[in-house]
Design a protein around this ligand. Structure first.
Ligand SMILES: Cc1cc2nc3c(=O)[nH]c(=O)nc-3n(C[C@H](O)[C@H](O)[C@H](O)COP(=O)(O)OP(=O)(O)OC[C@H]3O[C@@H](n4cnc5c(N)ncnc54)[C@H](O)[C@@H]3O)c2cc1C
Ligand code: SF4
Length: 509
């Protein structure tokens, strides 16, 4: 054998650089299901099933093209159970001249390849619109690197939504102020039913395997309907562009009870496993078949060519040290109810419920409910990332770590976001219908019915006064804190301490 092309579960693209020059008479493909990856942290059953089902469909697609595929199934008694062990076994068995792989999405896996002492050629991952080198040069030239500058650079570089004189279409680079409407059922448009993909034989086998092998993993497997091949991904993209995009911008930040998806695309899974390319996703949105307003189109494009590429750039520029960042010195564990949803805080039980049922929560639930509560409580940022890696179908290290540890926990001191995403319960009250059905009162910081978000918000501001009081973007928060009597702040802090002790006394990990 000449080349063995190693394809990890998040690299399911046969147009990747790993397949350049592939000769089916000389080369073969290797894919590995390994227990270590599915259990080094407890993983949501749906997440494991999504990865394995997508990998097996990719395998079958390659075989249909006449390619030889060596596929290590989890249940194979010869399977050594770890990437390193399985790679060594396959190398000894197949004796290829070299192993070819594209850059892994996890620093830890790249490090494992480096240490393996095997003849491995690592090729660039062309899936992304900005290589690590290009990002590095851009960051070198912009010591105060923020998303907005990077996003404008990407818009110009890719020639997206620009007028002929290279100014932004519609006269502004972003229309965020039009994208903060709460979802009010009385005047809101109908939410199109989510596209569901009925499991075929291959997926059903995987579902049985996961149910059998991972009975104690968190999350639900029943009703599995995720997209597990490129055809499914394309159908989801078409559905989004035709039926959801027009309201995506307006309700981008909204939350509603019993509505996990609203007008979000659910394309992060197919994108992160490389079933779809970001360029084709953006092109489908720019084609705009439903004549969606510019704030929706621009809002979506910004997520994909801006945020997605930005967090990846930050990850590769700052790893491996990035994972250890904890500038706020947060030292509490993730509360146990994050794994079960058993809490009387309505917003959290909704967001955790969506996560348990679908391995999905949309961005504002992740940032302003799930993430924010950990930030205010003072949970270790890396543990918040680990929880995300456990629970979400779309979590890969390069994207989860900067979002969870950086954006949501401010553990990196402001590399991803210039201020912490901290707000009182009033923000959640404005953006959702949760507080109306909650036993707590978002306006109250003390007392039996005080909203824990509100109590912890004031406590957070007081606790981190030295670090944040001079941050221009937090000026009004600190002016409001200054208006409180010292006695009131003391009472809030006492209530916050009691909450922290109570909520983190019981943990899962
Ligand atoms: C704490 C936290 C953890 C997160 N963890 C992940 C993760 O593990 N995997 C992941 O793909 N996204 C993650 N995100 C980003 C974002 O929340 C998800 O990409 C999005 O919710 C996926 O759902 P969707 O496809 O319906 O997104 P939509 O709202 O439809 O957005 C469109 C696309 O834009 C991209 N996108 C949007 N925001 C981001 C972002 N901040 N970073 C990277 N890509 C973005 C995604 O590819 C997404 O599919 C996280 C965000 C936070 C705050
Ligand atoms: S009152 Fe507080 S805990 Fe209850 S739903 Fe609103 S923000 Fe969440």
């Amino acid at each position: 054998m000449r080349n063995l092309v190693l394809v990890f579960g998040d690299q399911l693209d046969d147009g990747s650089a790993a397949f350049d020059g592939f000769d089916r008479d000389l080369d073969a493909v290797l894919q590995m299901e390994v227990r270590e990856e599915a259990s080094y942290i407890p993983q949501h059953k749906r997440r494991i099933a999504f990865f394995f089902a997508a990998m097996r469909h990719f395998r079958d697609g390659q075989r249909a093209k006449g390619r030889r595929v060596f596929y290590s199934e989890l249940g194979d008694p010869a399977n050594r159970g770890s990437f390193t062990g399985e790679l060594q076994r396959r190398f000894a068995e197949l004796k290829p001249g070299r192993i070819i792989v594209i850059e892994p999405g996890d620093w830890r896996v790249g490090d494992m390849l480096l240490r393996s002492n095997l003849p491995i050629e690592v090729r660039e991952d062309r899936h992304f619109l900005c290589s690590s080198q290009t990002f590095g040069s851009f960051a070198d030239g912009h010591p105060r690197l923020i998303l907005e500058t990077f996003y404008r650079f990407m818009r110009r570089r890719l020639d997206i939504l620009l007028d002929p004189d290279e100014t932004p279409a519609g006269g502004a680079w972003n229309f965020d102020t039009s994208n903060r409407e709460p979802f009010n059922r009385k005047k809101a448009p109908d939410i199109p039913p989510p596209l569901r993909f009925t499991p075929d034989t291959v997926t059903r086998e995987v579902l049985n395997l996961v149910a059998r092998e991972f009975p104690d993993s968190p999350g639900r497997l029943d009703g599995f309907d995720l997209p597990v091949n490129r055809g499914h991904g394309l159908a989801l993209l078409e559905d989004f562009a035709a039926h959801r995009l027009k309201h995506f911008g307006r309700y981008q930040d909204a939350m509603a009870g019993g509505e996990p998806y609203l007008f979000h695309s659910r394309l992060s899974g197919p994108l992160n496993l490389h079933m779809l390319s970001p360029r084709e996703v953006v092109d489908a949105v720019l084609a705009n078949p439903s004549n969606a307003p510019l704030n929706a189109v621009e809002g979506y494009v910004r997520q994909v060519i801006g945020w997605r590429e930005f967090v990846r750039g930050i990850y590769w520029r700052h790893m491996p040290g990035y994972a250890g960042n904890n500038v706020l010195g947060a030292d509490l564990p993730v509360p146990r109810f994050y794994w079960t949803g058993a809490t009387d805080m309505r917003c959290l039980s909704e967001a955790i419920g969506h996560t348990i049922d679908h391995a999905y929560a949309h961005h504002i639930e992740r940032l302003m409910v799930l993430g924010q509560f950990c930030l205010l409580l003072g949970v270790r940022p890396y543990d918040v990332h680990r929880w995300h890696m456990s629970m979400f179908w779309d979590a890969i290290d390069w994207v989860s770590l900067p979002n969870a540890l950086g954006m949501s926990q401010h553990g990196d001191g402001g590399l991803v976001g210039t201020k912490p995403y901290a707000a009182s319960g009033n923000y959640i009250n404005r953006m959702s219908d949760h507080c109306r059905r909650c036993r707590y009162n978002p306006n109250k910081a003390t007392g039996e019915d005080a909203c824990p978000f509100t109590t912890l918000y004031w406590d957070f501001l007081a606790r981190h006064r030295t670090r944040f009081a001079k941050n221009a973007r937090m000026k009004y928060s600190y002016l409001n804190l200054a208006r409180k009597e010292p006695g009131e702040v003391k009472l809030i802090q006492r209530q916050a301490d009691a909450l922290k002790a109570k909520l983190t006394a019981d943990t899962f990990l």
